[in-house]
Design a protein around this ligand. Structure first.
Ligand code: HXC
Length: 258
């Protein structure tokens, strides 16, 4: 295990795949692994050949949370010096769309990683939850902030207070996951969605993602103003000319990201 890379990565055409690779501990996220994920995300974000990034997990689970063994001896002062969440914050700087393909368990920090993805496909019977409370702690990478936005305050309190696990079928009802698919079709369905998005004009996708995050992060009117600026900006692109011309000429557009 020690010599094994904690993630695997590959490129399949315009799609980059990052696979969490510590199956013997249900892909528990240790700091080295989080570093590797962030480094890979940044590399793929900079790679002109990549249009969509997919994250999945090897073995029985997507990720059963942060690595409890590694965290067990942490102290507020060591955490302050280490500043482990500086890494996590960088996930939100990735400009390209990220799709999470989750199965088995998606818990704690693993759930937070999934929530940092833009789209989520889940295998049937995937279990989601924030069990941190049972360890005498709480979510630390955005769980308490994301959850009320997605499922409302009282439900979020229940999930966070009890640490219970919830089936994909229930989580789906809250709009947290885009689609539930049979386990054996998880990657096929995810790649289908990734390809669909990879064929869209990359500049539109980039500016849409940026604008959607404004909707979450900023007051409404500021977000609307931002959206308008991005909308105007797209009219300077070749892809806008191509996209609209192709529609008028009744042919498929060829998008180049320019
Ligand atoms: C370290 C973990 C782990 C974790 C599982 N393992 N989760 N190791 N950190 N988060 C290890 C187990 O110790 C075990 O190792 C192996 O993976 C298989 O797990 P089992 O427990 O034997 O499997 P199972 O009985 O199927 O139970 C699955 C499970 C359970 C329900 C998911 O493993 C579990 O409750 N895990 C902890 C979930 C959790 O509390 N997550 C939140 C972490 S805190 P051995 O060596 O015995 O085979 C967190 C804070 C985030 O995420 C903060 C921001 C980053």
């Amino acid at each position: 295990m020690e010599n094994e890379l904690s993630i695997e990565k590959k490129k399949i055409g315009p799609i980059a795949l990052i696979t969490l690779n510590r199956p013997s501990v249900l892909n528990a996220l240790n700091r080295e692994m989080v570093n590797e994920i962030i480094t890979s995300l940044k590399q793929f974000d900079q790679n002109d050949e990549v249009r969509v990034i997919v994250i999945n997990g090897k073995g029985k689970a997507f990720a059963a949370g942060a690595d409890i063994e590694e965290m067990a001896s942490d102290h507020p002062i060591s955490l302050e010096w280490l500043n482990p969440f500086a890494e996590w914050d960088q996930i939100y700087s990735v400009k390209k769309p990220i799709i999470g393909a989750v199965h088995g368990y998606c818990l704690g920090g693993g759930f937070e990683l999934a929530l940092a993805c833009d789209l989520l496909i889940a295998a049937e019977r995937t279990k989601f939850g924030f069990p941190e409370v049972k360890l005498g702690v709480m979510p630390g990478a955005g769980g308490t902030q994301w959850l009320p936005k997605f499922i409302g305050k009282t439900k979020a309190m229940e999930w966070l207070f009890t640490g219970d696990l919830y089936d994909a079928s229930e989580v789906y009802l809250y709009g947290i996951i885009n689609k539930i698919v049979p386990n054996e079709l998880l990657m096929e369905e995810t790649m289908k969605l990734a390809e669909k998005i990879a064929n869209q004009p990359p500049l539109s996708i980039r500016l849409i993602k940026e604008a959607v995050y404004k909707a979450i992060d900023e007051p409404l009117r500021e977000g609307m103003h931002f959206e308008r600026k991005n909308f105007y900006l797209l009219f300077a692109s070749e892809d806008q000319k191509e996209g609209m011309q192709a529609f008028l000429e009744k042919r498929n557009p060829q998008f180049k990201g320019k």
